[in-house]
Design a protein around this ligand. Structure first.
Ligand code: GDP
Ligand code: CA
Length: 324
């Protein structure tokens, strides 16, 4: 079976580890491909940073800092303090030494004219990840946040302002010129099941869906599309996604996020939607809107609970496929 996950960042990484664990336990040879958000990417100190990709890479390789929640384990910041002394790096954005190695390698390849897809392939070749990562697009589509104090790069709004400056909206730079990467289009068309990770719907999934041609690729995919809610009982499990949802006028609830994605039959992206048991009231109203929802525990605590969420998402997808 070919499983494709769409998302990007720490929530996505937790989920993909669960999918990988489920596949391992089932003893199958299912392939896992991830279509990764590139909207968080930006240029800093002359380097191209890809936070969502790197969160996935490090977590799947097992070299991530699980306690801090981002970056490499056993990290130091010697280079970063030099950059600060030179005044070339913002003092609000930590750049670890090991992490900088990744950014330098990526930037060197990009400057040699290598595509972002090929950069992903080279970075992913270092460790046995158990999954293949593809950028949603090879073009640069950095997310810009409109605030009362002007437009900011997403990273400045998210990291420097901790998403506390009220946002009026989000847009991706030069999005009209972007197109889905060949790898993304291929895995979506060949997929047996497509899963939307419980990633931030606005800034981790939103930019992927904003790439011209991506919604159409999802619309014509033969595979069922099942999403996993990152909102549980009216709150985000971790992070500041509620600030993003508020900015686009979507309530922080599992039901509202599913309605925001919409049913694939009505031009949206979802056939199915997993909500947490605390949100079982959302199941019937979503069914009335053409989204087959199911309530199961959605806390990605450890290998067991994450593998179980993956199992439940795949079971819902199978049931949807059989009903078609
Ligand atoms: P980021 O880019 O690093 O912020 O990561 P993502 O966008 O991939 O994921 C962030 C989202 O993951 C958060 O908004 C949470 O809603 C969601 N999330 C984190 N941990 C869990 C969990 O244990 N269960 C569920 N269902 N969602 C989670
Ligand atoms: Ca992200």
């Amino acid at each position: 079976m070919r499983i494709v996950v769409i998302g990007g960042g720490v929530g996505c990484a937790r989920f993909v580890r669960g999918v990988r664990e489920h596949v391992r336990r089932s003893g199958s040879s299912d392939a896992i491909d991830v279509v990764v958000n590139t909207g968080d990417d930006w240029w800093v100190s002359g380097l191209r940073i890809s936070p969502d990709h790197d969160s996935l890479l490090y977590a799947l390789a097992g070299v991530n800092d699980a306690e801090r929640g981002w970056g490499r384990a056993d990290e130091t910041e010697r280079v970063s303090s030099e950059l600060a002394a030179w005044g070339t790096a913002p003092d609000w954005f930590a750049l670890g030494d090991l992490d900088l190695g990744t950014h330098i390698a990526r930037t060197a390849w990009l400057r040699d004219g290598v595509s972002l897809s090929e950069v992903y392939r080279r970075l992913g070749a270092r460790w046995p990840l158990g999954a293949t990562l593809h950028p949603a697009t090879d073009q640069e589509i950095d997310t810009i946040v409109e605030t009362s104090e002007g437009s900011l790069h997403f990273q400045e709004w998210w990291v420097r302002h901790r998403a506390a400056l009220p946002a009026r909206g989000f847009a991706q730079r030069r999005i009209a010129e972007a197109r889905p990467s060949e790898g993304a289009l291929r895995v979506l068309s060949e997929a047996d099941v497509i899963l939307l990770a419980p990633s931030n719907p606005v800034v981790s999934i939103g930019p992927v869906l904003a790439v011209p041609g991506m919604r159409e690729a999802l619309g014509r995919a033969a595979a069922p599309v099942v999403g996993v809610s990152g909102v549980i009982d009216g709150g985000v499990v971790r992070g500041m996604a509620d600030a993003c949802l508020a900015a686009i006028g979507v309530e922080t609830s599992a039901r509202a996020v599913a309605e925001h994605y919409g049913s694939r039959d009505a031009g949206g992206v979802l056939d199915g939607w997993l909500v947490d048991e605390a949100d079982r009231d959302a199941v019937a109203p979503l069914a009335a809107r053409g989204i087959a929802a199911r309530a199961v525990p959605l806390w990605l605590r450890d290998a067991d609970s994450s593998a179980q969420v993956a199992h439940d998402a795949l079971a819902l997808a199978r049931d949807i496929g059989e009903r078609r």
